[in-house]
Ligand binder design. Structure first.
Ligand code: H79
Length: 445
């Protein structure tokens, strides 16, 4: 009986495994170029997330936390929402300024919304008129303009692309969201929608030269639908084998995915309640975060995180081996909010001095703790003390017999690091404690 049960269990589990995995790019073997890009990605560590769309005009509708979701949260009928593109005219959009800012901020890549859940294409789509070139008075392809500038200044560009679509008639049956939008179609061919999405992705992969990758979101709206992921991922990797695919589906990565992301959440901490997966050790990781509480532009949301808090999150993310993708929601005139620019410049200023302890590192020997985090580069371990309580810190898991030297990053002076049986003990005198991050450099043999 027990044997029978366990066999039954194995068969069931195996079938479950197959049904999930057969729907992704089964048997995917990344090219060398793709693997090299994964290394580049992990070295880069820090990027800018950009949520920009016709929803930006609404400025969040005077509700904190609403921005790119306003169509759904306010049940705006499609015919009414379709008026928004007519007002979208970002005459002050200056891609050179954006990219220069990104570089000064110490960021190495940009991930921008090519299409969010509202279904509006922020690029020159030939297969749908619901796009920035055909439907707005601005009439220019902001994505193309940004890409050109990114190429000039050596910044990689990724596209955020929503699989969920509240606008397209073939996105049917509907999922968990958008059910209050009264004039959504009441029938449709989901396969035709996937064909449409794949065609738009092909445009994005062929019209703009080499891109960094695709950042998917929205599959959680219909977790059990047949998304034909294998086809989509194969298509992307066919057009651009080096492009990195990630998806915000809140599950462990499926075959064909090249990185794993955590929304507003340090890997494994599940602060949002929906990232209750493990942490992949097969692909690079990335965490994304907002500067206030909104992704798209929100005119009343002043709930800004401090520069210190954001740097701490970046360093902790690095301690988990994860990139930090920090978001801004540009204004409808094309400018980045000045408050956000200030924050980015302050973090960039910190990185000018401390970048060496973050860029090009991997997760350190000890996972992030209340006191801080560790990163590693070759035989050098950076101990980032973010929260020093004035008491000695015991760190287990560092091979203290390999320890050759321990100095402060700031001035190279010797740090008080003692070996103990399980690791090391660090004591920091008051005058050595830095306001944001006290970094001690351990050189190992
Ligand atoms: O683009 C930004 C947001 O608009 C988008 N992702 C970031 C990067 C986003 N969409 N939703 N969320 C963020 C969080 C909302 C999750 C929920 Fe659900 C959707 C709560 C209920 C439906 C998924 C499904 C999580 C729980 C059930």
């Amino acid at each position: 009986m027990r044997l029978y049960l366990s066999k039954f269990l194995v068969v069931t589990l195996f079938a479950g495994f197959l049904s999930i995995h057969l729907s992704a790019q089964e048997g995917y073997v990344p090219t060398q170029e793709n693997l090299d890009n994964r290394e580049w990605f992990q070295d880069a560590k820090y990027g800018l997330f950009v949520h920009w769309g016709v929803y930006s005009i609404m400025g969040g509708g005077c509700d904190e936390g609403i921005a790119e979701w306003i169509m759904e949260r306010k049940d705006i009928p499609i015919v009414q929402y379709e008026k928004l593109p007519g007002f979208f005219n970002p005459t002050q959009f200056d891609p050179a300024q954006w990219v220069s800012m990104v570089k000064k901020a110490g960021m190495k890549y940009i991930t921008i919304t090519s299409k969010h859940h509202d279904g509006f294409a922020m690029y020159d789509s030939k297969i749908s008129d619901y796009n920035i070139v055909d439907a707005t008075p601005y009439g220019k392809d902001v994505i193309g303009m940004l890409k050109e500038e990114c190429d000039k200044q050596g910044v990689k560009l990724f596209f955020y692309h929503s699989q969920l679509d509240w606008h397209h008639p073939d996105y049917f049956p509907h999922g968990r969201t958008g059910n209050g939008i009264a004039d959504r179609s009441q029938s449709g061919d989901f396969n035709a929608y996937i064909d449409y999405m794949n065609s738009q992705l092909s445009e994005l992969l062929t019209q703009y030269g080499e891109i960094g990758g695709i950042w998917f979101d929205g599959m959680w709206d219909k977790p059990d639908a047949n998304w034909r992921l294998g086809e989509t991922y194969a298509l992307i990797h066919k057009h651009q084998p080096g492009a990195l695919i990630g998806s915000n589906h809140h599950k462990m990565p499926y075959p064909g995915e090249d990185f794993m992301m955590f929304e507003r959440d340090l890997p494994g901490e599940n602060s949002m309640g929906f990232n209750n997966t493990g942490i992949s050790d097969a692909v690079p990781l990335e965490m994304c975060e907002t500067m206030n509480g909104s992704w798209g532009f929100n005119i009343i949301d002043q709930n800004y995180k401090s520069v210190e808090k954001l740097i701490h999150t970046m360093v902790r993310a690095a301690g988990y081996g994860a990139n930090f993708l920090l978001n801004t929601g540009p204004m409808p005139n094309g400018k980045i909010q000045p408050e956000n620019v200030d924050t980015l410049m302050a973090i960039g200023h910190w990185l000018e001095s401390y970048g060496e302890t973050v860029y090009g590192t991997r997760k350190g020997p000890v996972k992030p703790q209340e006191w801080g985090a560790t990163t590693i580069k070759d035989n050098v371990v950076y101990i980032h003390v973010l929260n020093y309580k004035g008491r000695a810190i015991e760190i287990q898991g560092i091979e203290s017999d390999r320890l050759r030297s321990a100095v402060y990053f700031d001035d190279g002076s010797r740090a008080d690091v003692k070996r103990n049986k399980d690791g090391i003990t660090i004591t920091i005198p008051k005058e050595k404690v830095k306001p944001i991050d006290t970094v001690i450099v351990l050189t190992l043999m």
